[in-house]
Design a protein around this ligand. Sequence first.
Ligand code: GLA
Length: 390
Amino acid sequence: MNDLLIKKTTDFFQETFGDAPEKIVLSPGRINIIGEHIDYNDGYVLPAAIDKIICFAFAKSNSKQSKIVAIDLNEEFEVDLTQEIVLSEVVWTNYILGVIKQLQDKGFSFEGFNCVFSSNIPVGSGLSSSAALECGTIFGIKELFGLQIPKVDIALTGQKAEHWVGINCGIMDQFSSVMGLENKVIKIDCKTLEYEYHNADFNDYSLILFDSNVKHSLMTSAYNERRQQCEEGIAIVKSNFPEIKSFRDCTEQTIIDLKDKMSHDVFRRSLFVVKEINRVIQACETLDNGNIELLGQLMFATHEGLSKDYEVSCEELDLLVDLAKAETAVIGSRLMGGGFGGCTINLVKKGQEQQIKDKFSKLYKEAFDIELKIYDVKIGNGTSLYEGAL
Ligand code: GLA
């Protein structure tokens, strides 16, 4: 599947610019097994890069002008690197403008480039196509102009670009897009950026994503609001218990003891965060010792918290998780990513995948008159140069 994408992208580059590209970059989307909305709360997360990617073809333009073509959107834009970089009204261009701006602000010097890209990461499904776009662009510029940018800094720069575009995200998406390894999930300590790989071995179960095919527009403002509420929560904790530095130092009781000092929303958000941090620690153990049934239960518990306490679900995602709960063949399910639409991630008994897919598609269509989209997940490598034959 990706071979075709690579060929399409390089052919398009050749037709558009008359020469073969100098560098081909592949940059993946991500899934997250567990640990939602805790990357910006100093917690741990357990994501992985997937085999759905953006393919980029790059070459120097030998001028200050850069031209970037989005094949799938049939759109292109130009940017003059000597001019001040400002936000545009075309959303996708901002991720690229954002990384150019961040690299310039960090003092990296580079010239104009031509770029063509095409993707098979579904957009708006919570698979972080924007992180793939940011990290792939940074990687391409780095390779073209020989910039020294360590991998973790690629992720941090991508995250800053995303902030510039308007969502005050954590580090999970960019980190997993850059650091992904085939068949491994990454446990990231979002406070220190230490990380370790764990085998993505789900025994008798397959990972399947059910895409609700909805994207509620609240996402950006609600996301930033959740982040603020958590900042308020931890500030209250710290002022009462000065020895506590972050949510990971709290027990559930710490938050419960402060209930009267917090608004109802801040209380529920804070309690969710403390519980979710502990679930990730447990989830890593379940993966290591093969107790996948327990992992499934932790995922259901995460969804419950995201829906009731963190309030980032929606009726479409809740229905998908309820359908999963009613099936013995599905041992875990939860909304994945920021919420308000996008996918649920599910552990489905091997051999029963098709039956579950058919049933969910039918029931989902009956409930909302929306087609359910379904993705089988393969865990792939992080952002890298393609060095195969063209
Ligand atoms: C979005 C953000 C991430 C993370 C998730 C929720 O994907 O970009 O940083 O906060 O939501 O876990």
